[in-house]
Design a protein around this ligand. Structure first.
Ligand SMILES: N[C@@H](CCC(=O)N[C@@H](CS)C(=O)NCC(=O)O)C(=O)O
Length: 243
């Protein structure tokens, strides 16, 4: 397909970190292939993703998905991908300093996502949740009681200063990621999020605004938007959600 500009490589069956890239591509109406969701007969599936991870295409060897291919460029790390895509998709500020601040915020999203992941996998990523439930439960109180309020409190303050978007007047890719963060946290930690509602009003308004953007609203209602599940990054285990 000559008119496909971007190829996204991400694990099929989960939203995961790939969703942050997908949201930017969808919001911009960019032409892209979600390669691992294509049938193997069309060069897709897990086989294509594994070939990418084994470095079959030329370019910098990626460590983990998501991976973006744009022409000759092969790029991994969600924040780096969005930093690259932002200006091409009209989702980044023009000013260089503001683009760096967008990256700074996106890297803070990355940090929070790592803590979300480590909440259900506190001992080892290659063990099942069921093998580390006791440790996960021990960690959960600190996550919902301390870390989550600290991260969301930080983003809320950024909005209070800049508003209505994280970088001010214009929406940027990091605002789309903030929507995904709020959606995932609502799914995984409904009680903790309810408790934080009065301290996250600006974040909620931003998330609602993003969800209502026409292309994103269409995407969110489509089959391309997979439901959250207990194989992804945001998992709902009631025992880990603060009451
Ligand atoms: N810092 C990276 C993390 C990438 C990452 O952890 N990817 C996950 C899927 S969401 C993975 O497949 N990791 C494999 C591994 O860490 O071995 C990013 O933000 O993109």
């Amino acid at each position: 397909m000559d008119d496909v500009r971007y190829q996204l490589y991400y694990w099929p069956g989960i939203q995961g970190r790939g969703e942050l890239v997908r949201l930017a591509l969808e919001d911009a109406g960019a032409s892209y292939q979600d390669v691992a969701r294509l049938p193997e007969s069309e060069g897709g599936g897990l086989r294509a993703l594994m070939a990418m991870l084994q470095g079959q295409p030329a370019g910098m060897l990626p460590f983990a998905p998501p991976i973006l291919v744009a022409g000759e460029l092969v790029l991994a790390q969600t924040a780096a991908i969005l930093h690259f895509l932002g200006p091409h998709l009209g989702l980044a500020p023009r000013d260089e300093g503001a683009r760096d601040r967008a990256l700074q915020l996106q890297l803070t999203v990355t940090d929070l996502l790592a803590e979300v992941h480590d909440g259900h996998h506190p001992i080892a990523s290659d063990l099942y949740y069921e093998d580390q439930k006791a440790e996960a439960k021990r960690r959960a109180g600190s996550f919902t009681g301390e870390r989550l309020p600290k991260f969301l409190g930080y983003f809320e303050k950024v909005l209070e200063r800049a508003g209505p978007h994280l970088l001010g007047k214009d929406l940027a890719y990091v605002d789309l990621s903030m929507f995904q963060l709020m959606a995932g946290l609502d799914y995984a930690f409904p009680r903790a999020m309810e408790r934080l509602a009065s301290r996250t009003e600006r974040l909620r308004a931003l998330a609602d605004q993003v969800a209502g953007r026409p292309r994103l609203a269409a995407y969110l209602a489509s089959e391309r938007r997979l439901p959250f599940n207990e194989r992804g990054l945001f998992r709902h285990y009631p025992e880990l959600d603060a009451g």
